[in-house]
Unconditional design. Structure first.
Length: 516
């Protein structure tokens, strides 16, 4: 329980007339103020104190005099059962024209709902029956009330409304109420984290909240079943020395996200804020990882893949999303990765960075519209700076973002392999002046005017004010109908069958672009 609900003394400093005169004497003695000025100031102070005391000491029992509140209904954010909410406060004002004394202020249902209330520094606990007596609010004065909730486990696993009232009983007999409302949700809470030493499956219809993270030991496999949502506490993530299988399905996606389900601001839930959890780390000895139909978002790094044997699959990422990362989306160090039908978007670092090794990318969308820092990375980076780039093939994909150049290829040594190939891609980069078909085939260069601050002509919605993004294609996008039918994936990110003339990127449109 926060300290605020243990003790919160409210200091109301009241000066007597002799003290005020003494303070004034000391103040003005230093400035050699004359005695006449001191007497005048003392009289003014006395008048002020007397008038103030008169206001403080006058209390009415008229039912016409009532309190007003900064909020008449307190709606705390959705919370998991047994996990406390952030503290919310509101003000109680007396604007009635006379002092008001509350005979008592109480939490109506006592200990039945899990709410905790502090009124003007007094915690409403069981000793006094969850109430406080004789609370005085002088005219034109106010008090502050603090509320939080730790909901008990519910009967069902479905989200449910937890309701209560704070009742203000005035001496006049008038009762006023402030309503309390919170949606609470039962969850499986793993406070000690999860150590996977042997093959383990996580399958849960209700939320799973994870503290301290998940570690998968070498030789063990962690399988996450379809329709499972894991909520990671700050600094928690998944560290894999063995193998990770996220077996999501179309319509039954796996979701990996942070555990903050409240709001930073009214318009901004924490789920849209980056860096809420640590992400996935595939260690050196980890192979055979497969992530399908999985939504990974609001993390630090989405996936980090350590250097490994490039002849063995490190990661196959299919029909998945990595979005809104405070670090990289996917960063692979000299290993073997496949990315198919995926969306990697909005990262402070690069959306995808391949540092050597082997990579095959198909029908994916890489879009760099990271909103929290102008010093963001690019949508796609591939290099031979950490090791030879044996093969980097990108086909039927979109690489775009705010900056004029979202594609960075880096090679520092001409003797180190640097093999790349782009086929049927929409690229936001200055035109590469080469006729060498070894590197490029049927590439469309995006017009700088197609990406503007506040939105992109390619996508359905780029809302930087509310941080809402929809990377489905508009029918007018140059990516519609321009993928290679011979190499395009059979279905898109959501499992929708692609058209005879398929689209570039992760999502297939329903509409066919009109001939211009």
């Amino acid at each position: 329980m926060p300290d605020i609900f243990v003790t919160m003394p409210l200091f109301k400093l009241r000066f007597s007339l002799p003290i005020i005169i003494k303070l004034l004497s000391l103040r003005y003695k230093e400035s050699k103020m004359n005695k006449i000025s001191l007497i005048i100031l003392s009289l003014l102070a006395a008048i002020f104190v007397v008038s103030s005391c008169a206001d403080d000491d006058s209390y009415t029992t008229s039912p016409k005099n009532t309190l007003s509140f900064s909020e008449d209904t307190i709606r705390l954010d959705t919370t998991f059962s047994t996990i406390g909410t952030p503290t919310h406060s509101f003000w109680v004002y007396n604007r009635s024209g006379d002092g008001i004394r509350c005979a008592n202020i109480k939490l109506e249902k006592g200990n039945q709902t899990g709410y905790r209330v502090n009124v003007d520094g007094t915690y409403l606990g069981p000793t006094e029956g969850y109430q406080v007596f004789n609370v005085e609010i002088p005219n034109k004065d106010s008090i502050r009330v603090f509320v939080e909730l730790t909901s008990p486990l519910g009967i069902t696993d479905e989200p449910r409304m937890i309701e209560d009232n704070i009742v203000f009983s005035l001496e006049s007999g008038v009762e006023q109420r402030v309503k309390l409302e919170t949606v609470a949700w039962n969850a499986t809470i793993l406070r000690g984290g999860l150590q996977v030493e042997r093959d383990t499956t996580i399958a849960s219809e209700k939320p799973v909240v994870i503290y301290k993270g998940i570690t998968v030991a070498e030789g063990a496999t962690l399988t996450i079943a379809p329709a499972t949502t894991l909520y990671f506490h700050a600094d928690a993530g998944i560290e894999v020395a063995g193998r990770l299988l996220c077996n999501g399905e179309a319509g039954k996606e796996i979701v990996l996200r942070g555990d903050r389900i409240d709001h930073m601001f009214d318009y901004l839930p924490y789920d849209r804020v980056t860096g809420q959890w640590r992400g996935i780390h595939l260690l050196e000895k980890s192979y055979g990882n497969r992530i399908t139909f999985t939504d990974i978002h609001s993390t630090f790094d989405g996936i980090v893949a350590d250097s490994a044997d490039v002849t063995k699959d490190k990661l196959i990422l299919e029909s998945s999303t990595i979005h809104n990362c405070q670090g990289y989306g996917l960063i692979a160090h000299n290993c073997r990765v496949t990315v198919n039908n995926c969306q990697l978007t909005n990262t402070l670092g690069d959306c995808i960075a391949i540092f050597g090794g082997w990579a095959l990318i198909n029908n994916s969308t890489f879009a760099q519209f990271y909103p929290f820092d102008a010093n963001r990375g690019v949508a796609m980076r591939f290099t031979s700076t950490e090791g030879p780039l044996l093969s980097f093939i990108c086909q039927n994909s979109i690489v775009t973002g705010y900056a004029d150049d979202q594609l960075m290829g880096e090679s520092e040594d001409s003797l180190v392999a640097f093999n790349y190939y782009f086929d049927h891609c929409l690229l936001r980069t200055p035109k590469i002046e080469t006729d060498d078909s070894v590197f490029l085939a049927d590439v469309i260069y995006e017009n700088p005017e197609d990406t503007v601050i506040g939105g992109a002509k390619n996508f359905v919605n780029i809302d930087i004010d509310n941080l809402v993004y929809d990377f489905h294609l508009k029918p007018t996008s140059l990516a519609v109908g321009t993928a290679n039918p011979l190499t395009a994936a059979d279905a898109d990110r959501q499992g929708k069958k692609r058209k005879e003339l398929p689209d570039m990127g992760a999502f297939e449109t329903d509409e066919v672009k009109e001939n211009e």
